[in-house]
Design a protein around this ligand. Structure first.
Ligand code: NDP
Length: 310
């Protein structure tokens, strides 16, 4: 390697651009800065870079200027429509040619495939990824990030990405894999949080404060990891043991939640949907099995839907 290109590579490895300065983008840029990287930032709405610039970030005047400053650009905005709005204008795309984009924005696996195809068609090196933990974890051992796409790109930029702290997992070369994990994990998170918010409303209607309920809610959270492992084992084996808690019993307690909620005038739509699926499984003769039979029924319905489309 010649001396100038060696210098450029060293220079590039100590530089990163962050596009998108919402709460997560600011956390990412903050962690890069804290790790001593030359960090260039840009956001659609001006002014969001103020604190970062005070800390030493370079505030670019345009997305084009921002991506031109580093070999690696990390983009983290609300969804892939926003990513497209930032990266697809010709001047930005042109500036990105030969450079790497790591897209840490959340969206669907389909959009990840689309983004990769666009990147390939414009000479942009593209790695997809997702962040599985809140902003406060970024730059700490608690951060969890996942990636998929070309492994050589991941390895090449890993030392810079390491500045984000925590655990980084490369999930394979299939570009949509990180988004697929992200969707499945968000499914758990948002239904759990919807359940928690609903539970708080029901508890308060019963005269129980959120603070009083919280330690018991944490107890429910604590039993989930073991249940997740056991259920995962069975689902992969195609077994649906209901020993200890058959579907008939689960559906009955779901009905209690519905009745108690509706008696207070609290919408029980989420629980009604869950109970409806459990009752369907019971109707198909699976009453003695576990609630995870529902997951198999959903999977089969999806396979049927797909076969009808093909
Ligand atoms: P948001 O999801 O609200 O994203 C805000 C960012 O998106 C801002 O930079 C905003 O720019 C930009 N944006 C929105 N629409 C457009 C557009 N049309 N064109 C250009 N930019 C646009 O906040 P976060 O920063 O928290 O999240 C960013 C990503 O990180 C999301 O995909 C989210 O799911 C993911 N994530 C967030 C976590 C969190 O705890 N916050 C945790 C894990 C993942 P502007 O300021 O101009 O509006």
């Amino acid at each position: 390697m010649s001396l100038p290109s060696q210098r450029r590579e060293q220079h590039d490895r100590s530089a990163v651009t962050v596009l998108g300065l919402g709460p997560m983008g600011r956390a990412l840029a903050g962690a890069f800065l804290a790790a001593g990287l030359r960090t260039t930032v840009w956001n659609r709405t001006p002014g969001r870079d103020r604190e970062l610039v005070v800390r030493g970030a370079v505030g670019a005047r345009s997305a084009e200027e921002a991506v031109s400053a580093s070999a690696l650009t990390v983009v983290c905005v609300v969804n892939y429509d926003a990513v497209d709005a930032i990266l697809r204008p010709a001047a930005v795309t042109g500036a990105l040619k030969g450079r790497t984009v790591v897209n840490l924005t959340a969206d669907t696996p389909y959009r990840a495939r689309d983004a990769a195809a666009w990147a390939a068609g414009h000479g942009v090196r593209y790695l997809d990824g997702a962040i599985m933990t809140p902003t406060v974890t970024i730059g700490t051992p608690d951060a969890i990030l996942i990636y998929s796409g070309p492994e050589d790109l991941y390895r090449e930029h890993r030392s810079v990405l390491d500045a984000l702290g925590g655990t980084h997992t490369f999930l394979g070369e299939k570009i949509c894999r990180a988004a697929a994990y992200d969707i499945a994990l968000l499914d758990i998170f948002w239904t759990a949080m919807s359940g928690f918010n609903h539970a708080l409303a029901v508890a308060r209607a019963e005269g129980i404060t959120a603070r009083e309920l919280a330690p018991f809610a944490a107890g429910i959270g604590a039993i989930l990891p073991t249940i997740f492992s056991e259920v995962a084992e069975e689902v992969d084996q195609g077994t649906f043991s209901g020993e200890g808690n058959p579907l008939t019993s689960a559906a009955s307690t779901m009905a209690h939640v519905i009745h108690a909620s509706e008696a207070h005038g609290i919408d029980a739509g989420v629980m009604r949907a869950a109970e409806g699926l459990a009752r369907q499984a019971i109707g198909l003769g699976h009453g003695a099995e576990g609630l995870h039979r529902v997951s198999e029924l959903l999977r089969r319905a999806a396979a049927l839907h797909k076969s009808r489309q093909d």
